[in-house]
Design a protein around this ligand. Structure first.
Ligand code: THU
Length: 150
């Protein structure tokens, strides 16, 4: 299920504020699209990330994956519960909410399967905030370990 809100729901305010502040740490000299992400773990720990670009454009890594993979690398026993993402261009947050790319969706769904949980994805924009109750809602028919079986 995906819900659209005009403002950030109270429950996600802190996480979204952290994702917004992380846009300042983005390394995006090529796209100049500064993205920040924050992951809330089940015990309340918050882990952050920002997009990391490369002159070899294909090696750019999204803020969501930086945050999510840092989270599981450092806290392999803690379930991720929510992910917030925000982006700014020339110092202003985008009007449209930031929607994770297909690769990030695939990584979110892998984590939901690994931890047997759902990860709420909070996509911030100044005009609209969209909240997906699970990564799987953003990736219908996504590839998973089930598809590796004969
Ligand atoms: N990017 C993210 O970090 N997250 C998204 O959800 C969309 C795209 C980054 C990748 C690249 O550094 C820049 O934004 C432009 O695509």
């Amino acid at each position: 299920m995906i819900h659209n809100h005009p403002n950030v729901p109270e429950k996600y305010k802190e996480l979204v504020d952290i994702a917004k502040s992380m846009t300042k740490k983005s390394y995006a000299p090529y796209s100049k699209f500064n993205v920040g992400a924050a992951v809330l773990l089940s015990d309340g720990t918050i882990v952050t990330g920002a997009n990391q670009e490369n002159a070899a454009y294909g090696e750019c890594i999204c803020a969501e994956r930086v945050a999510l993979l840092y989270a599981t690398a450092n806290y392999p026993d803690k379930k991720p519960a929510a992910l917030a993402v925000a982006a700014s261009v020339n110092g202003s947050f985008t009007k449209n909410c930031v929607s994770p790319c297909g690769s990030c969706r695939q990584v979110i769904v892998e984590m939901e399967n690994r931890f047997n949980c759902n990860i709420e994805v909070v996509m911030y924009g100044t005009d609209q905030v969209s909240v997906a109750m699970s990564g799987a809602d953003l990736l219908p028919l996504g590839f998973s370990d089930n598809h590796l079986k004969k």
